[in-house]
Design a binder for this molecule. Structure first.
Ligand code: SF4
Length: 348
């Protein structure tokens, strides 16, 4: 069986940041060579009508060879997604030729993440100097005709920084004559962000969102109420799902795979945790890894396919909690807790 389209993303250089909200989780930076991107394309291509490869899945363009890798990935791919509106802040602040290159590729907007002012942003990004790099990046983007879009993550700690985020947006508005796009959300409760469950936002934190940020958040998500963006309380989700017999398959006709620095492969569902591991394409080969995916053999896929949602929620949910989640994100949090307790390694 061949997939219609397949995307394979290699974590070739990793990421300079260690964000506390990172849904991909914190892991050492790998060092893959260009030949490995070529090899990945050769190995996975027979199993898809059209294959696309990426040289990153954490910080885009972090490698010093980012241009060469971009050209290579385009040459190796049967279909090519235009450059995302994500970019390397680290590089924007240091490499004067980077933003013009992004512009040449047609990038019109780049998303940047801030948490309040300097101290809070550095703390949440996990790197001293990150906030200054972000401010520098904004200048560079504007000089090159690229619009910054400001993102911030809400929880009980970062809520205190929202007025400073609003002040930054207002400053940009007065500087450029137009309000930059901006939005607030809580992210999914996985990877590093799962550790923020104790400070996860509740309806009380929504009241702390300044009107300007609330208005722009609704515009960004095309929503009418903040509740449509932040989801329901855990207690409401618990009640709605506690008797659910639903199970689900994560197998898609156009899958995306993440390959980490050790060549372990994961489906792009949530944080690439050991219980999602499909195998190692260097040792096992692409065919075996894809067969594991199709047959839902990773521990997490198997669990979601066989353990009813109600059982997960009753075992791991909190019926009293007012934390806010989207339904699917909440189920994945319950699944992660189940997997952490039951996974014994090597199941895939
Ligand atoms: S959120 Fe993005 S920039 Fe931050 S650690 Fe994760 S991949 Fe890196």
């Amino acid at each position: 069986m061949r997939f219609k389209r397949m995307t394979v993303c290699l974590d070739m250089r990793g990421c300079p940041e260690r964000c506390r909200h990172c849904w991909l989780g914190s892991r050492p930076n790998g060092r893959m060579e260009r030949e490995e991107l070529v090899w990945a394309a050769e190995e996975f291509r027979p199993f898809a009508e059209s294959l696309e490869v990426f040289d990153w899945y954490r910080e885009p363009d972090f490698s010093d060879s980012y241009r060469e890798l971009w050209d290579l990935r385009c040459a190796l791919s049967g279909h090519v997604t235009p450059h995302f509106d994500l970019a390397s802040v680290w590089r924007l602040a240091r490499d004067g030729s980077y933003a013009p290159w992004l512009r040449e590729l047609g990038v019109e907007t780049v998303q940047l993440t801030v948490f309040g002012g300097e101290a809070m942003t550095d703390r949440w990004t996990g790197r001293r100097g990150a906030y200054r790099d972000i401010l520098r990046s904004i200048d560079v983007l504007l000089e090159n005709g690229i619009a910054p879009r400001i993102q911030t993550f809400l929880n009980r700690e970062t809520a205190e920084g929202l007025p400073q985020v609003e002040a930054l947006v207002r400053e940009l508005e007065s500087r450029t004559g137009g309000r930059p796009a901006c939005f607030v959300h809580q992210g999914s409760c996985d990877g590093e962000n799962e550790k923020n469950y104790p400070i996860w936002p509740t309806p009380e934190e929504l009241e702390k969102i300044p009107p300007l940020l609330a208005e722009e958040t609704l515009r960004h998500f095309g929503a009418e109420r903040l509740e449509d963006v932040f989801g329901q309380t855990e207690s409401a989700l618990y009640e709605a799902l506690a008797d659910s017999g639903e199970t689900a398959s994560y197998v898609e006709s156009e899958p995306v795979f993440y390959v980490d620095g050790s060549f372990d492969v994961y489906p792009n569902v949530t944080a690439p945790s050991p219980w999602w591991r499909l195998g190692n394409w260097k040792r096992d080969g692409a065919e075996a890894v894809l067969e594991n995916y199709r047959e839902s053999r990773s521990f997490a896929q198997r669990a979601r396919l066989t353990v009813p949602v109600g059982e997960l929620v009753r075992a791991y949910g909190d019926p009293e909690s007012r934390r806010l989640f989207g339904r699917d994100d909440y189920i994945e949090l319950m699944l992660a807790r189940y997997c952490r307790e039951h996974w014994e390694g090597g199941a895939s």
